[in-house]
Design a protein around this ligand. Structure first.
Ligand SMILES: C[S@@+](CC[C@H](N)C(=O)[O-])C[C@H]1O[C@@H](n2cnc3c(N)ncnc32)[C@H](O)[C@@H]1O
Length: 358
């Protein structure tokens, strides 16, 4: 899924860094998991991973990409879905063929459903909005009827959220929609199988909790990987539609407001995206962590000052174990890492900070 701070492209840099610094172990924690790209990599790399995030969509992704360790069997759908030996493909085919039925997404996030209001909320075409509604409703019925276990449910929910993101009429975040239909938005919604990591035998855990609670309560871990928000954009406001799809609207219909249909609740506002609070949050988290290695991704334009990051990590780390690595790349094309190197112009710089704890 398109996501601010998604580390998909930086996995090779993270892997090289683990090797270069000789970081090894059996357990890892990724408490700012987002799309679960790094948690998924860490599981593949050999760790039993504990992951978390405050976002509900992320909880679904963590289950699909990290916790689930065997291809889902969908035994509870044996009568409803014809099996050709590939259960997941068969269930996705069934969902992809559902008749569009208008509902919550249609009413709030497509121009036809939202007609007569000041803003047309042109996020999805009417067909795709109604299709998201019918798939989401079916998942809810299966889930509440006991036909799906946790892993099966979150794999299908992840497939739906990713499918919706591919046809969303946005430039990547949901804080605005594009005024005219873009080509991707006019394609039909299609659920595809998430790329799960199965057969590892590693027990992984997913949470929807504040990072500080997770690192303080669920350790010890060999490796703590931190990837907090680095700017003042609150994720809950930029990804409210994936979040609504993840949480559903069946028990209580959320009240949506304004041009983009934001829910009213403020509870997901993060200290890590507030200038006055992020430094203290960082120190609290590092001091609370029960782990051997701390590796942190942070963008060179992040709101926590670099000297603060260095001093907090040095305070917590063994003498001379602090490192800062940079990876610079032209957009879409990676080139190379170095210890301390500054790039300007069209280059993007991502940093990894490391310390071995005492
Ligand atoms: C830079 S993104 C992580 C990206 C992730 N590594 C990936 O590859 O997709 C930061 C994440 O931190 C989450 N977040 C913000 N505040 C948090 C908090 N207090 N506790 C846990 N997660 C939080 C956001 O929801 C967001 O998903």
């Amino acid at each position: 899924m398109r996501y601010i701070g998604n580390k998909n492209k930086l996995i090779p840099f993270i892997r090289r860094t683990l090797e270069r610094l000789g970081i090894e172990g059996a357990t890892a924690c990724d408490p700012f998991a987002g799309t679960a790209a790094v948690a998924r990599f860490l599981k593949k790399h050999g760790y039993a991973v504990t992951s978390s995030d405050i976002m509900s969509f992320s909880f679904a992704f963590q289950w699909a990409y990290v916790v689930v360790d065997a291809p889902p069997r969908f035994a509870g759908l044996a009568e409803e879905v014809e099996d050709d030996g590939q259960r997941l493909d068969a269930v996705l085919r069934h969902l992809n063929r559902l008749r569009p039925e208008t509902g919550f997404v249609y009413e709030h996030f497509c121009p036809e459903g939202h007609a007569g209001f000041e803003h047309d909320r042109r996020y999805f075409t009417p067909d795709n909005a109604a299709k998201i509604d019918s798939v989401r409703r079916r998942l809810h019925e299966w889930r509440t009827g006991g036909a799906l276990n946790d892993g099966e449910y979150f794999v299908l929910l992840t497939a739906l959220i990713e499918a919706a993101d591919r046809v969303a009429n946005t430039t990547g975040v949901y804080a605005a929609y594009v005024k005219s239909w873009q080509p991707n938005a006019e394609r039909p919604l299609e659920l595809r199988p998430p790329r799960m990591v199965t057969g590892t035998g590693r027990e992984c855990r997913a949470y929807r909790r504040d990072a500080i609670d997770v690192v303080a309560a669920l350790g010890p871990f060999d490796l703590l990987y931190l990837d907090p928000p680095y700017n003042t954009r609150q994720y809950a406001g930029y990804y409210h539609i994936p979040e609504l799809i993840a949480e559903g609207w069946f028990a209580e219909r959320p009240i949506l407001r304004g041009k983009t249909g934001l829910p009213e609740d403020e509870e997901k506002r993060s200290d890590w995206s507030r200038r006055r609070r992020c430094e203290a949050a960082f120190r609290r988290l590092v001091e609370a962590a029960d782990c051997r290695h701390i590796l942190m991704s942070y963008n060179s334009e992040g709101i926590i000052p670099e000297d603060w990051i260095e001093s907090v990590l040095r305070d917590r780390g063994a003498t001379d174990s602090y490192r800062r690595l940079e990876h610079s790349y032209k957009r879409y094309r990676s080139d190379r890492d170095s210890d301390v190197r500054r790039y300007r112009g069209d280059r993007v710089t991502e940093r990894l900070y490391y310390v071995r704890t005492v």
